[in-house]
Ligand binder design. Structure first.
Ligand SMILES: [Zn+2]
Length: 309
């Protein structure tokens, strides 16, 4: 595997990004302060979709530390008298715990992304939108409709460095598909330069996982093979998680309709420098850039930490 498919060093752009967990937490809080809801119509009827639900999945993903797999469980006693077998169980415990953690986090984020589709898809269904874009053939499925909406997105809503971050995911996904050939669905007329290209790839990766065809790779030492470096699948899932969060940011920016939460109103009605600073920063502009390290953060916007509390 070449460096470019699995970079071991961060570039100038990536090194300025917040760690994934912190990025997800900031986005989760943005969803909370956003509030409001949108009607979602499906074959099962109509329901309200809340940004707070999107935020809850993201917050859970941000707080996920470790899914523990214990390969010693049900292993019998061979590991207690044979060092090689004991090493095997130890290695598998570590390897599959790491894999399961990144896989679980990715699934939580996909749940947030799918709820985001349902939050925005009403726009696709409006007669004005259909008329404007002359939709001769109606797309089926909420994810395809949402992907179509991405391509109508103005540059002002595109998260900072989306193209660079997406290209990291695209390279990893392309390498993955070389090793595990699988067809891509719903990609007719989609170009690699389209704004929604990364979202289409994410949708496919999510489907591989949902349909159970995403591989459970053994540790390379167990199978004596090095065609896929240890940690590659985790890297792919992390990279996909980051990209999914950026598309959520883009949708929330594109469909911004003001802050409508009780939490935001509480800050809006309060007096003090910290509240003014919050109101200056909590905006669609922050949503576009919250994956980068910067002074403002929801995590400690009141400044308790600076006060040593
Ligand atoms: Zn980079």
């Amino acid at each position: 595997m070449s460096e470019s498919e699995f970079p071991t060093q961060k570039c100038d752009i990536c090194s300025k990004m917040r760690p994934l967990a912190k990025h997800l937490f900031e986005l989760s809080q943005y969803c909370l302060y956003l509030g409001g809801s949108a009607s979602y119509q499906s074959g099962d009827g109509s329901r309200e979709v809340f940004p707070s639900t999107i935020g809850s999945w993201l917050e859970l993903a941000s707080q996920l530390k470790n899914v523990e797999i214990n390969a010693w469980e049900f292993s019998g006693s061979d590991g207690f008298y044979c060092g090689t077998v004991a090493d095997y169980y130890d290695r598998n415990s570590k390897h599959y715990s790491s894999y399961s953690t990144d896989l679980t986090r990715f699934i939580f984020i996909c749940n947030a992304l799918e709820e985001t589709y349902r939050f925005v898809v009403g726009r696709y269904e409006t007669p004005q939108f259909n008329k404007k874009f002359r939709l001769d053939k109606k797309l089926r499925g909420v994810s395809l409709k949402a992907a179509y909406l991405v391509n109508q997105c103005s540059k002002m809503y595109v998260p900072d460095q989306l193209v660079h971050i997406c290209s990291n995911f695209e390279k990893a996904f392309s390498y993955y598909r070389k090793v595990f050939p699988a067809s891509l669905s719903g990609m007719n007329n989609v170009n690699s330069t389209d704004l929604n290209y990364g979202l289409h790839l994410l949708r496919n990766l999510r489907n591989y996982i949902a349909h159970g065809v995403f591989p459970l790779m053994e540790h390379p030492e167990n199978i004596g093979s090095s065609y896929l470096a240890d940690g590659f699948l985790e890297y792919l899932l992390k990279s996909g998680s980051r990209t999914a969060a950026l598309y959520i940011q883009m949708f929330l920016g594109q469909f911004f309709n003001g802050f409508n939460s009780w939490e935001y109103d509480q800050v809006d009605g309060a007096c003090g420098e910290e509240f003014d600073r919050f109101l200056d920063n909590c905006s669609p502009t922050y949503c576009r850039s919250l994956h980068f390290i910067q002074d403002f953060e929801f995590e400690d916007w009141i400044g308790y930490r600076e006060d040593g509390l």
